[in-house]
Design a protein around this ligand. Sequence first.
Ligand SMILES: [Zn+2]
Length: 334
Amino acid sequence: MGLDTLSRSSAMEDLSNKKSSHGILSHPGDIHCIIFHLVTLFAYGCAFWLYQHPEKIHVTGPWSRLAFICGAAIMLGWSSGIDLGVNFHNHTHRRIFRLNWLNTWFGRFWTFSAGWPSFFWWHAHIVVHHSNLLGPTDWTLPRIKPDGRAENMFWYCIAHWPKRSTIDLWRDFTSGRGQKGVGRKAIVELCIFAVLWSIPFWIDWRMALGLWVLPQWFANAWTIGPGMFVQHVSCVPKSTLFPVNHSNTFRSRFFNLTTFNIGYHLEHHDYPAVHWTDLPKLHEQLTDKLEAGKAHILPFGYYRGAWYRNELMMGDEFAGCRKQEELLATDIRG
Ligand SMILES: [Zn+2]
């Protein structure tokens, strides 16, 4: 191992182990996570208040009310999707507080506004997705058709939440996947979630459907769904032959600034303990390795990635399909 490689790997070790705690926070950068979530909850509160006082914004007629609900649902849903799929995601890897009980309870008050018990999302992301990336038991990702290509993105987005997630979580928790006593823990967490999640229904059930359930559907189906689709589409499981082709990295500066650097997804999967604020630095450190492995580094963000999914992600030149064929050919020859 050359000196340069040695110094690089020790720099990565430093990034993984960096614990610059700040008061009750594990990392000073996590204040962004807390603010983002509180602003999201505040936005829901504002939308509820405006719904209850329609004369303040002149939305007293049925059509103006409908327009208000549709607009608010999209904006709340977009924020909620980032708040769960990216922001809470950071917390599942590196707890943001130094106090365990605070992590547990803040987590419960974090994910309920996106329609998930925190433990359920943690299980789906850590136990199911990270531990079995692109494997047969990773049910969080799009299903793969017999020709090796992913299913239709729109169908995946609609099917993933709540239908598939509910069925797969039920199977996991009833079969004891992940840890001892997981079923009982799931029931306790589901009860706590049910109490918190039902609060808007106590106020006004119609408001809850339009400004609580509808945004959460938008968050899961249309903010998180396309992101999960493009993160690993046309990729292959990590192996010595393809060490950096298990995930796609998206380098758009604007996208990463607004999504806690989630675009550096390849780096995140290889070094999940690295704090989200350090991912751009890690990307620079890994440049040679990524280039050598023909990693999929794209200059835009998830939204454009989803738009160009067919051309850029699933073309034979791009990634997984061709590599799978090469792998199969190697196996046959072997
Ligand atoms: Zn992750």
